[in-house]
Design a protein around this ligand. Sequence first.
Ligand SMILES: Cc1cc2nc3c(=O)[nH]c(=O)nc-3n(C[C@H](O)[C@H](O)[C@H](O)COP(=O)(O)OP(=O)(O)OC[C@H]3O[C@@H](n4cnc5c(N)ncnc54)[C@H](O)[C@@H]3O)c2cc1C
Length: 452
Amino acid sequence: MSTCSQVRRITSVDEAVAIVREAAGSSSSMGRRGLTARGLGRSYGDPAQNSGGLTLDVTGLDKIISVDATGDADPVGGEPTVDLQAGVSLDTLMKVLLPFGLWIPVLPGTRQVTIGGAIGADVHGKNHHTQGSFGNHVRSLDLLTADGEIHHLTPGGDESDLFWATVGGMGLTGLVLRATVAVQRAETAYFTVDTDRVGGIDDLMTQMTARDADYTYSVAWFDAVTSGDRMGRAVLTLGNKATVDELPRTLRRQPLAFTAPSFGTVPPVFPNGMVNALTARAFSEFWYRKAPAHRVGEIQNITQFFHPLDIAQDWNRVYGPAGFLQYQFVVPFGAEDTFRQTLEVITSSGHYSCLNVLKRFGEANPAPLSFPTPGWTLTADFPIKPGLDALCRRLDELVLSVGGRLYLAKDSRMTAADLRQMYPRLDEFRAVRERVDPRGLFTSDQARRLEL
Ligand SMILES: Cc1cc2nc3c(=O)[nH]c(=O)nc-3n(C[C@H](O)[C@H](O)[C@H](O)COP(=O)(O)OP(=O)(O)OC[C@H]3O[C@@H](n4cnc5c(N)ncnc54)[C@H](O)[C@@H]3O)c2cc1C
């Protein structure tokens, strides 16, 4: 969905302060439509867009200020930390940290995400059940609020409510300028991975429940096209960080080396409708069959294990000009029957999603708008075509019926009424926002749609 906005790239803290003060004092349309922070724009819907207003591109705040590899600077857990500006991408950070033997504790499905975006959406990875989400690892952050002041916030400090409202707060409490993030020690840039093909959704959920605790990382691709007994057949991938001893001799010489392979950029030549019943069935069959039935201890590199989509830039073009909608929800543990029903609805809908991911979330953190909450989270990519909204509405109803929720970072169509039901701590968030930004200077197309 495209909107029209004035974009200003911020390259210094002083510049950010000046822009916020100017916008706060302005009664022009720019002032009235407010400000939206934008990182690398990898959220799927409209949270980083501001139609008719000002969009602040934060990627110019790109300095890594210091790395403490000893853990001496971390009063909380004695962990290594990195102090950096909010526009640094996880891709850059990972490449800087690896030679120190350090590793980012939470990585989403792409590294092309800024620190500000990772905090704003409180992103999660395949290890939520063991490491929580990104906000769990933020030791402090500097937030520029609508009055032009900078607040230094910590998770347990005087303004801890503002800290946690900012984590997962989709940029609506102010502009994150800088953060200190706890990172982890790593011997290698590789993972030991066990892979299993699983015949159907019930077996998949049973296996994930039984096995997740033995692995740091766990995720399943599943088939959302095939119906009947094989509905939800899946490839379950479980992994841990590899030690040097676990690497083959050839990799031991440079265990922390990282090279990002690239197939280049996907050209804009694909028509709408490339992902259809025929291609989706063929892809799902291929993806399932190409995985080993049972393999233990395979060594995989970062791109293989985490970010296969980062290999091809603009991979989303295969959906054609109409594009696709990513739908992600979480339903609580105990709602397995409803989860199964969502899959039945999808497989019988005439809408075809090839990239379907199932993960189990662990404990939630204290952030009122953070998405992860204990339960099953499903992600599906549907090509846009007539009838998709009706399918999504049916899925919304099922999700709502068991107290589940949709992810704001993937949202472009939720209603304000649904949001209220899905996020029961919304009023807590609103109270903090009202205190620091009574006029709603920080806003977005999503915030207006959801009456946030
Ligand atoms: C291929 C792909 C895979 C993905 N996989 C996952 C996944 O596994 N898990 C997951 O959680 N997410 C995933 N995402 C979503 C992505 O991680 C989030 O949307 C993330 O917020 C994007 O970061 P960004 O820098 O692009 O931020 P944007 O998309 O530019 O912004 C996201 C939100 O953060 C706010 N924001 C950005 N910068 C700042 C700042 N400096 N201060 C205050 N607010 C700010 C924006 O206003 C907006 O509300 C995936 C996205 C893609 C494209």
